[in-house]
Design a protein around this ligand. Structure first.
Ligand code: NAD
Length: 253
């Protein structure tokens, strides 16, 4: 029998108030792990904690943090260590879209998207890696990148640049942390039905027809692959980016 073996895992998850991050937290909880929910959206966090843990809010499971604030991320990870003991895994899912084309792109949009999607992921992965290194028993970190990091899309200059950089950041972390038994991988979703895509419902219906599996992805489609990468089933996988897109990109490769 194959089991994931995540029962005693302590796993901070950013972007856990919504969409893919929330689905990952729910999956982790159903495996018996302790996901710690980090997000900038405080009320969303409260609702998410109720979905994941029910009425049980003691000890603390929610950590309101803007991941673009380096010291706040470090403080949050330190608090988690005090509240729940050393972490064993980590998932960086927080992200924003910041739509803009090349001509209209403002400095403000560019910097905000980089601050959240790239810098925020780096602060979090670096902090998590330091804790895992101190613990000295290996570990697994997963970043949520995007198909947009592997192939560009119109009207998404800063987003696709941030996700491409995140994919290579993931590889670089994997190289530097491999000797400690810490694996670092990325999952690159295609089109997934979450609030980040809320303005996109009509386009979604059209696009579903272009996906080889003929449907838009669910957050849980992504979460299940993240579970695999976190688990020892992926014990010899590091520096990899796993595309979860219903076959969308296969057509163009
Ligand atoms: P979502 O909007 O449902 O969730 C994103 C979460 O990140 C939200 O809860 C939001 O509050 C949080 N967040 C945003 N900025 C933050 C900050 N500064 N600090 C802390 N938390 C912050 O969207 P989602 O689809 O679940 O996105 C999750 C990840 O998946 C993102 O990195 C996104 O780029 C990536 N992704 C999504 C799709 C898709 O089609 N939905 C496709 C490819 C990649």
């Amino acid at each position: 029998m194959i089991t994931l073996g995540l029962e005693s895992a302590v796993v901070p998850v950013t972007g856990a108030a919504s969409g893919i991050g929330l689905a990952i937290a729910e999956r982790l909880r159903s495996e018996g792990a302790t996901p710690l929910l980090i997000d900038v959206d405080e009320s969303g966090l409260r609702d998410a904690a109720e979905r994941v843990y029910g009425a049980d809010s003691n000890p603390r499971y929610t950590y309101p943090v803007d991941v673009s604030d380096s010291s706040a991320v470090d403080a949050c990870l330190a608090e988690i260590g005090v509240d729940h003991g050393p972490i064993s895994h980590a998932v960086a899912s927080a992200g924003i879209l910041g739509p803009s084309d090349a001509l209209g792109l403002t400095d403000e949009v560019w910097h905000r998207v980089m601050d959240v999607n790239l810098n925020g992921a780096m602060y979090f992965c670096r902090g998590a890696a330091r804790q895992l290194a101190d613990r000295g028993r290996g570990g697994s970190i997963v970043t949520i990148s995007s198909l947009g990091g592997l192939a560009a899309r119109e009207n998404r200059v800063s987003y696709v640049a941030s996700k491409a950089a995140l994919i290579n950041l993931t590889r670089a972390f994997a190289l530097d942390l491999g000797h400690l038994g810490i694996r670092v991988n990325s999952v690159a979703p295609g089109l997934v039905d979450t609030p980040i895509q809320s303005n996109n419902q009509d386009r979604f219906r059209e696009l579903a027809e272009t996906v080889p599996l003929r449907r838009i992805g669910t957050p849980d489609d992504v979460a299940k692959v993240v579970m695999f990468l976190l688990s020892d089933l992926a014990g010899y996988v590091t520096g990899e980016t796993v595309v979860v897109d219903g076959g969308l990109v296969a057509r163009y490769r």
